[in-house]
Design a protein around this ligand. Structure first.
Ligand code: AMP
Length: 542
């Protein structure tokens, strides 16, 4: 017997309808690419997103067509995002940090018919437009006064184009499993693969994000997503904030410490989310300028491991709580978030920081477990390592056009490619990417843990650990360090600092100094490049 409840498809357009009806005056504040701060409301966004949908229909865009955006977090990006998804087309967010050949590849692979381009990225498309045969028009996301002098073909001015439609438009209704968004993973090998979100997965993921123990957004929050809309859905915030009626503050192109501080301070931001690099810049600025963060309640840090020293700085110096989060493009992206449980409140500060350094617990709708090489589940004891596998309604079941073949096992688990522990309370800790883990004497060494501790040394700006071949132990760790400006720590100093903080047999056999550590388009350490660079490095005799 079926239930007798209404058939109310979980469509992304319903999120924006909800915000416009229940929070019409709530603000969206943008630092525009042109410079000035712009303010409008959910009511305005609702109107302009429907206008966008109507304009797209006038241009011949239909259900299932792919429309690309290459843009910062700003109000116009939100209009395109909701306009495209709301009318049933697919919003393909392009990460401008990909190599031009990769951008060309993904736009052709997705068969995008229009590309919405922020002013900053016009040169990227000037270089590759001739190789994008399916693109009918490049919509420059600005007004007539700011249109650049460009040789880009088929250029359209966003504001002029949008003004050709009005907002007299009703969102269509269709199956909630219809595709809504597309984001390519930026793997270190092979071509990027397309992750195709549905309306249903996006709406369920917004509800997941708004759970009190996850992002926990509400109508009194002011949220600043520094995490970009072009990478993994801005960690659900572009959906979760309107669903909760939270004020949204969009940083546009400026992510330096001073610019982020200004927005936090002037807009009364209560919650923000970013990768560790952004927070490092902000903490540096606060320290230099002697500034405080009295209104900020908590920051969510993820994308790569958040070092304990960062959690300590936020919590003890600035009274801002840190919640470490983990996820991936294939998970929409939120997988875990590290809020404490009541029983942890009485723990010492250092124990709390150690627990908060783990990547956190799974919210409802994320299932996860760790398995060995044969797929046997490993104990949830916080000690056993294993391949982290996940399931859930906002987790990919395959990539666009079947690239990469079958990605789930027989029971529907997706292998994240991460290696982790899970403890009895459900807190997961990433120890490595499976391909980066060091195997020494048959045991695994966590490179992330060593890196996390090394960056606590006052002379270390960034650290990366890689495994080098070793005749006796198979592999041994090499610690690669970028020294902080104005300091010149010695390798010996740094190793002495690690002593007692990691197992003896994890101690790196050597320390190498570099000016810069290479990063991927999504800000992760490019260990493949480091392994190539240091392949002939001789570890000292042990
Ligand atoms: P992406 O799909 O580009 O978002 O990358 C996802 C990958 O980033 C994950 O599989 C992890 O390897 C890594 N990652 C994300 N968040 C964290 C975190 N908090 N700590 C360590 N690694 C992370």
């Amino acid at each position: 017997m079926l239930g007798l409840m209404q058939d109310w498809p979980l469509l992304v357009s319903k999120i924006l309808d909800h915000a416009a009806i229940n929070h019409p005056e709530q603000e969206i504040v943008t630092r525009t690419t042109e410079g000035p701060i712009q303010r409008y409301t959910y009511k305005d966004l609702h109107s302009r997103a429907r206008q966008m949908a109507k304009r797209l229909e006038m241009a011949g865009v239909k259900l299932g067509d792919r429309i690309a955006t290459c843009a910062w977090n700003n109000a116009r990006h939100m209009e395109v995002w909701y306009g495209v998804m709301g009318m049933g087309a697919i919003c393909h967010t392009v990460n401008p940090r990909l190599f031009p050949e990769q951008i060309e590849y993904i736009i052709n692979h997705a068969e995008d018919s229009y590309v919405f381009v922020d002013l900053t990225f016009v040169p990227v498309f000037e270089a590759i437009a001739k190789d994008l045969p399916k693109v009918k028009g490049f919509v420059i996301m600005t007004d007539a006064a700011h249109m650049p002098d460009t040789k880009l073909r088929d250029v359209i001015c966003y504001e002029d184009w949008l003004a050709e439609a009005d907002d007299d438009y009703t969102w269509p209704t269709f199956d909630e499993n219809t595709a809504a968004g597309l984001c390519y993973t930026s793997g270190t090998t092979g071509n990027p693969k397309g992750v195709l979100y549905s309306h249903r997965s996006n709406v369920l993921h917004a509800l997941l994000a708004n759970q009190a123990d996850t992002l926990g957004l509400c109508a009194s929050d002011v949220i600043l997503p520094v995490v970009p809309m072009f990478h993994a859905n801005a960690w659900a915030i572009a959906f979760g904030a309107p669903a909760a009626g939270a004020k949204l503050v969009m940083p546009g192109p400026k992510m330096d410490g001073e610019s982020i501080y200004q927005l936090l301070h002037e807009e009364g931001v209560t919650v923000s989310a970013a990768v560790p690099t952004v927070w490092l810049m902000l903490l540096g600025y606060l320290e230099d300028q002697g500034k405080e963060l009295p209104l900020l309640n908590y920051v969510v840090i993820g994308g790569s491991a958040c070092p304990p020293s960062m959690i300590e700085a936020f919590e003890t110096k600035y009274g801002v709580q840190v919640f470490h989060a983990w996820g991936m493009t294939e998970m929409s992206p939120i997988g875990t978030l590290g809020r404490l449980k009541p029983k942890h409140e009485s723990m010492s500060l250092s124990d709390q920081i150690a627990l908060k350094s783990k990547q956190g617990r799974a919210p409802f709708t994320v299932e996860m477990k760790i398995v060995d090489d044969e797929g046997n589940e490993q104990p949830r004891d916080g000690v056993a390592f294993g391949h982290l596998v996940v399931r859930g309604p906002a987790v990919s079941k395959s990539y666009l056009k079947g690239e990469g073949g079958e990605i789930l096992d027989a029971d529907g688990w997706f292998d994240t490619g991460d290696v982790a522990t899970i403890d009895a309370d459900g807190y997961m800790q990433i120890t490595d990417r499976a391909k980066d883990v060091i195997k020494s004497g048959g045991e695994w060494i966590s490179t992330i843990e060593i890196e996390n501790i090394a960056v606590g040394h006052p002379g270390v700006a960034e650290a990366a650990v890689i495994g080098l071949p070793h005749p006796k132990w198979d592999e041994r760790p090499l610690l690669i360090v970028v020294a902080k400006d104005g300091t010149s720590p010695s390798g010996k100093d740094i190793l002495a600092y690690l002593e007692g903080k990691i197992a003896k047999w994890w101690m790196p056999n050597d320390v190498a100094f570099v000016d810069e550590i290479p990063h991927t388009a999504t800000g992760k350490i490019q260990k493949m490049d480091l392994r190539a660079k240091f392949k002939d490095h001789q570890l000292p005799n042990d």
